[in-house]
Design a protein around this ligand. Sequence first.
Ligand SMILES: CC(C)(COP(=O)(O)OP(=O)(O)OC[C@H]1O[C@@H](n2cnc3c(N)ncnc32)[C@H](O)[C@@H]1OP(=O)(O)O)[C@@H](O)C(=O)NCCC(=O)NCCS
Length: 188
Amino acid sequence: MPAMTDLGPVAWPPALIRTERLVLRESEARDRTAFIDLFASPQVRTHLGGARPREELERGMPAVPGLRTGVFVVERDGAMIGVVSFDRRDAQRPGHLRPEAGEAELSYMFLPQAWGSGYAAEACAAALGWLADACPGEPVVLCTQSANDRAMRLAEKLGFTEVERFEEYGAEQWFGVRSHVHPSDRAR
Ligand SMILES: CC(C)(COP(=O)(O)OP(=O)(O)OC[C@H]1O[C@@H](n2cnc3c(N)ncnc32)[C@H](O)[C@@H]1OP(=O)(O)O)[C@@H](O)C(=O)NCCC(=O)NCCS
């Protein structure tokens, strides 16, 4: 994963989060292959700068990938199917709610075989519930290419609304915020 600013001073690792069908937890060494599968997948990486060569990932991926505050591995029946993470949005990039930047930013990436079952929505709702407890009252932002239909549908389902659109990495980006308490936060 590229270098990112982690979420900051929150209690971490979190207690295991169970949803109806999934478990959210901190990353472990046994997740490494699934992380490589995510970054090597042309489908997953279509709107995220493209797939990376598997050999390069095998060599460069840390022993425990995604081991930082705010990164949840999502597990279904004991195996990793995706990752949901919160970072602090970098001030150098376009898309901000406030001049000092550093907004909590949600991102999600699931293995293609896990798409189309509502798992990403279920996991993100739980992670957003966690964030609402960890950082009370904080808005969450999200940025995705507007051409990324699945990511856009999910953002809307989770209660994100558009703040602005801008051009970055040669594509139109959609920048949204979820600032209110959403009904799914209470349904835990
Ligand atoms: C973005 C991404 C996570 C969305 O995954 P997803 O599976 O489409 O998202 P959801 O969990 O919301 O599932 C919605 C689909 O599940 C279906 N579904 C089936 N059972 C369901 C259930 N019990 N509950 C909800 N939805 C269900 C919905 O009908 C919908 O299907 P459709 O897309 O065919 O209409 C996934 O496409 C992905 O990993 N993309 C690559 C990474 C990426 O681009 N990330 C964005 C960067 S922020």
